[in-house]
Design a protein around this ligand. Structure first.
Ligand code: SF4
Length: 380
């Protein structure tokens, strides 16, 4: 597969105006409606081989997502990105704009930067939704100046419909993995590739894959597990999960399910659209007003999907996720679901053997227990 920087270089050579968006849930539809091609800078870890520039500005105990995207922006941003978009997703990301901006300025490599502040209080409060409306209006004004285009309600509506199409197809693809028709590792790879290509190309790939695998018979179903975390684990670990007899039947990954689970109503009004999107978003630790409903949502998925094992894929130093894990663990273990905690840091991508061993041991225990409970049922 092409590296992330090479994919962006290809897009640029095809005439795309690229806006690099910091995770997690930027207003892609609005950026797209101005003729920009937004790419979310998720999981650059496999393509970032050193952190020379980033380490001058960020402490080593910042998460790998922030460190690798900072390195990418500082070293290749000027060459590959036409603009950058950031919002206050988490404490780590909210502090990056000034740091990156001053470093880029100092090296004569400035990149136009757009920001949005999303209220950290429930959008059901009138002042919060008015505030978001104003911030969206400001952003529209800045985008008009940058692109030389006027905002078009019809174009925005078209963009919201396209992104909803992508979300629907992403959910369809995930369901194919749940029934064993496609490997979860392949499904995850296709879903994450959205950040490397144009929206139209990604929709075409999703359509083709869903059509192809829909016709297949359900695959072998192993022990049913759910994954949770910011990013899916590296491919080698997904392979280990499936090789050892586990089937990923549900996920609560921010770059996957959390990103496309909720389908906002298509709308020509950006204020109304983003109020709906951020207010009803799949609960995420970084969307503070939604955090309270996470336990209930996870529990519901665990029950509905018949989950027997739960793997936390911790992003090292992501305090948002780590504050929550003990509560989730207590809750689902009380339900009789086994749990495994993995912690993946910047330096672990090339040293995955220990994680594979832990997955193998977890799978062995789960398979043994499942065989035991089948024998007990047969005896009754
Ligand atoms: S991994 Fe956590 S701390 Fe890092 S950018 Fe994502 S939400 Fe923020």
């Amino acid at each position: 597969m092409q590296s992330f920087p090479d994919s962006l270089a290809d897009l640029k050579s095809q005439g795309h105006t690229l806006i690099g968006c910091f995770p997690l849930y930027p207003p892609l539809e609005l950026l797209h409606s101005f003729g920009l091609s937004p790419v979310v800078l998720w999981g650059l870890r496999q393509d970032i081989t050193h952190l020379t520039r980033s380490d001058r500005h960020l402490q080593p105990y910042a998460c790998g997502v922030a460190r690798s995207l900072s390195e990418f922006v500082l070293s290749r941003g000027r060459e590959l990105l036409d603009a950058i978009f950031m919002y206050n997703a988490c404490d780590t990301l909210r502090n990056l704009p000034e740091i990156l901006e001053s470093s880029l300025d100092r090296h004569g490599a400035s990149i136009p930067l757009f920001r949005l502040h999303i209220p950290a209080v429930p959008l059901s409060r009138p002042f919060a939704s008015d505030y978001l409306n104003e911030r969206i209006r400001d952003l529209i004004g800045e985008l008009e100046k940058f692109t030389g285009r006027s905002f078009s309600a019809q174009t925005f509506l078209n963009s919201t419909e396209l992104y909803n199409r992508q979300r629907r197809l992403s959910r369809d693809l995930e369901r194919l993995a749940e029934t064993g028709r496609i490997r979860f590792a392949d499904c995850s790879d296709i879903l994450l590739s959205a950040g490397r290509m144009s929206l139209d190309d990604h929709i075409s790939i999703l359509e083709r894959t869903v059509r192809e695998f829909n016709g297949r018979a359900p695959g072998h179903q192993g022990v049913r597990i759910m994954l949770s975390g910011i990013l899916p684990p590296p491919v080698a670990l997904l392979d280990a999960i499936e090789r050892t007899g586990l089937t990923v039947v549900a996920n609560d990954i921010a770059a996957l399910r959390r990103s496309y689970d909720y389908l906002p109503a298509a709308s020509a009004d950006p204020g109304a659209y983003y109020r709906d999107l951020y207010r009803n978003h799949y609960p995420c630790t970084t969307i503070l007003p939604s955090a309270d409903s996470r336990l209930e949502t996870i529990m519901q998925t665990v029950r509905e999907s018949g989950v027997q094992g739960f793997i936390f894929v911790g992003e090292k130093f992501c305090e948002y996720e780590y504050f929550e894990i003990p509560a989730v663990k207590r809750m689902i273990e009380a339900e009789g679901v086994r749990t495994l905690e993995l912690e993946i840091g910047m330096d672990d991508a090339l040293n995955l053997d220990a994680y594979q061993t832990r997955i193998e041991a977890f799978a062995e225990m789960l398979c043994h227990e499942t065989r035991g409970s089948r024998r007990d049922n047969d005896a009754v």
